[in-house]
Design a protein around this ligand. Structure first.
Ligand code: SF4
Length: 236
């Protein structure tokens, strides 16, 4: 059986080094533009190049996230940013927006494109579609069951990646407006305030201020957020 690649997030240069030194096969990171982790430290151009150098010296691959859903104005600066990513020595880019996929394929056809989980690939036909677009790896939607992943694996040749740990959205990966509405922070531009994880209460309309008891577990009740992913026990 092929040993899967263990890929870890690297929010900044220090975290990248920790991930590399503790055995990640690959890391992914965001530059200051076009990523979905606005809250993380992120990498300047110099840090990106230094991070790639450090990782490559240890035989670790580096993928750069370019996975926002771009607006027209983003597209004018995108080609220059892709040049920077390429010059830094990235082993691939993680992209969600079909328009960005097309531009990466046009300007840097040799740069591997990994389709972000944000693209919500939930079935083998969609996976086949993206394979035909030249995507070399699909990071599947987090909402899939193991059987669904297995069937997609059987039907497409493209590399597949799955999340084994971390936050789940109550909507499909970032496709909700809670954060935009409550905090003016756009989840699909990397700035989610995680509003679904705030504490909400159940109130009957004629009794304002009276919070009805609502308990899920000893940590409390989170009626708008889902259970997060933790598959450590499923990995030999
Ligand atoms: S508020 Fe919650 S469900 Fe909405 S995008 Fe943020 S993490 Fe996802």
């Amino acid at each position: 059986m092929k040993q899967p690649e263990l890929l870890a997030p690297a929010g900044d240069l220090e975290k990248l080094k920790v991930a590399v030194l503790y055995g990640a096969d690959a890391v992914y990171l965001g530059g200051r533009l076009f990523g979905l982790r606005a809250g993380a430290g992120n990498f300047s151009e110099e840090e990106m190049a230094a991070g790639v150098r450090f990782a490559h010296e240890k035989g670790v691959r580096v993928y750069i996230t370019v996975n926002i859903f771009a607006h027209n104005s983003d597209l004018t600066v995108l080609p220059g940013y892709l040049d920077t990513v390429r010059a830094a020595g990235a082993d691939g880019v993680i992209v969600s927006d079909p328009g960005v996929v097309e531009l990466v394929r046009k300007f840097h056809p040799a740069l591997p494109v990994h389709l972000s989980t944000q693209a919500n690939t939930t079935n083998w036909s969609a996976a086949r579609f993206w394979e035909k677009q030249g995507v070399s790896r699909i990071i599947l939607a987090r909402e899939l069951s193991l059987d669904e992943i297995r069937e997609i694996r059987e039907r497409v040749g493209v590399e597949l990646e799955v999340f084994v740990h971390g936050a789940m959205c109550i909507s499909y990966s970032g496709r909700c407006l809670l954060s935009n509405y409550f905090a003016g922070r756009d989840a699909n531009r990397g700035d989610c305030a995680q509003s679904c994880r705030w504490k909400y209460a159940l109130v009957e309309e004629t009794r304002p201020g009276v919070y009805l008891p609502f308990e899920e577990d000893e940590k409390g009740a989170y009626i708008l957020s889902s259970r997060d992913l933790c598959l450590i026990r499923h990995i030999p």
